[in-house]
Design a protein around this ligand. Structure first.
Ligand code: KIV
Ligand code: ZN
Length: 433
């Protein structure tokens, strides 16, 4: 079987369906250029029939992008397909992605169409799309709740009609990995001429299984995954691109395929998308979260300092971080403290000095959740026997501030036991003090 996994990024289409994540034409273009740098195979740039602005953004992206296929979504009707066809016209490589729902609930309650009418509309849409490009994808919306016999019938008709990619979406995020893998396996086995097309999967994350379901489909023959940066997308989002890509890369032994993604562009892309959409990335998000390569416990930190692979299965640098991170807190050990101080240019000249600094560090870490570099420098400055904290003591402070009066402060400090007093006026009580 082909070992290339096609990465179809839909951040600019399904990702934009995240509430409040709408992007301007210019923002979409910036993200598309970064997706090209990242090395995605297909950029779904939008839904041309949705608005004139979206059609223009797809046209701009089509004109600008040279190394990825640019795609527009279209419902299976003439207006949508023609709008998509026009929008991708400037593309070096363009695709039309047309879809219609195939589940009983969608056909009956939403489309109010009979199954035969659905097949007819899908075939007609694919044939019309072929007038614009020979790269046509068809999606059976809500495939997860569609009957397998009907799905086979629809897909067979669309291979005959000339579709090149057949996408099997879990539109509502209902499946579980074993079931989803089995569905892909059955489709490829049962649909005649299945080897003439690329099988694709598109999973939503309503039960938190979008990535696992997508990977189960890959293990059963899917060779295109539809995904988004940071897992953005309708409701709970889509399968996250960074997780899919790093899973197949790190576990090639399991998946037997790879992508053409430049993984070092993953973190910059994640940041750009987060900044433009205003969707923050949770700190413990795999691959792109701030803590994805941060080690907190002393045992882990010691292990990583001795041999990185004791606690890391990927290198932070390989996905675009500048380095991994040993966070200093109450669980950290002596070795991590020494290492961090060395990175800050502080070399303690004896084990006693390190022990003293470590004791103060632990005291501070009990009071403060994160110990920053500035805290560490202050700790060792104390050790350099400046002992500013011991020398100066605040004896008392009185501040007066009332309407119509200039704020006034009276302060008493002790400098090694000698009292110093001062009175001052100021613009406000803090200023006076
Ligand atoms: O979730 C879905 O089914 C979709 C299709 C349009 C592919 O986004
Ligand atoms: Zn979707």
């Amino acid at each position: 079987m082909n070992d290339r996994l096609i990465i179809f990024d839909t951040t600019l289409r399904d990702g934009e369906q995240s509430p409040g994540a709408a992007m301007t034409r210019d923002e979409k273009l910036r993200i598309a250029r970064q997706l090209e740098r990242l090395g995605v195979d297909v950029i779904e740039a939008g839904f041309a029939a949705a608005s004139p602005g979206d059609a223009e953004a797809i046209r701009d992206i089509s004109a600008a992008i040279k190394h990825a296929t640019v795609c527009s979504l279209a419902r299976a009707n003439e207006r949508d397909v023609r709008a998509a066809g026009e929008a991708i016209r400037p593309a070096a490589s363009g695709r039309i992605h047309t879809f219609i729902a195939t589940s009983p609930i969608h056909m009956e309650k939403k489309l109010r169409m009979q199954p035969d009418q659905v097949v007819e509309a899908a075939v007609k849409a694919v044939k019309l799309a072929l007038e614009y490009t020979d790269n046509v994808e068809f999606s059976a919306e809500d495939a997860v709740r569609s009957e397998i016999d009907f799905l086979c019938r629809v897909f067979e008709a669309l291979i005959d009609a000339g579709a090149k990619t057949l996408n099997v979406p879990d539109t509502v995020g209902y499946s579980v990995p074993a079931q989803w893998g089995e569905r892909m396996r059955q489709l490829i086995e049962r649909v005649p001429n299945a080897d003439k097309v690329v099988w694709s999967t598109h999973c939503h994350n309503d039960l938190g299984m979008a990535v696992a379901n997508s990977l189960a489909a890959v293990m059963n023959g899917a060779r295109q995954v539809e995904c988004t940066i940071n897992g953005l997308g309708e409701r709970a989002g889509n399968a996250s691109l960074e997780e899919i890509v790093m899973a197949v890369k790190t576990r090639r032994d399991v998946f037997g395929c790879d992508t053409r993604i430049d993984a070092t562009q993953i973190v910059p892309t994640s940041r750009l998308v987060s900044q433009i959409t205003g969707y923050p990335v949770q700190p413990n998000k795999a691959i792109v979260g701030a803590n994805a390569f941060a080690h907190e416990s002393g045992i882990h930190q010691d292990g990583v300092l001795k041999h990185r692979e004791t606690y890391e299965i990927m290198r932070a640098e390989d996905v675009g971080w500048s380095h991994n991170k040993l966070t200093l807190g109450k669980l950290s050990g002596r070795n991590a403290l020494r290492n961090r101080l060395q990175e800050l240019g502080v070399v303690l000249d004896s084990e006693e000095a390190l022990n003293a600094a470590f004791a103060r560090f632990k005291e501070l870490a009990d009071k403060k959740r994160d110990v920053f570099d500035e805290d560490l420098l202050a700790l060792v400055a104390v050790d350099a026997s400046l002992d500013a904290c011991d020398r100066f003591k605040l004896v008392s402070l009185r501040v007066c501030s009332e309407t119509g009066e200039t704020p006034h402060a009276h302060i008493v400090l002790s400098d090694g036991g000698r009292e110093i007093r001062a009175d001052e006026f100021g613009g406000g009580p803090v200023d006076a003090a």
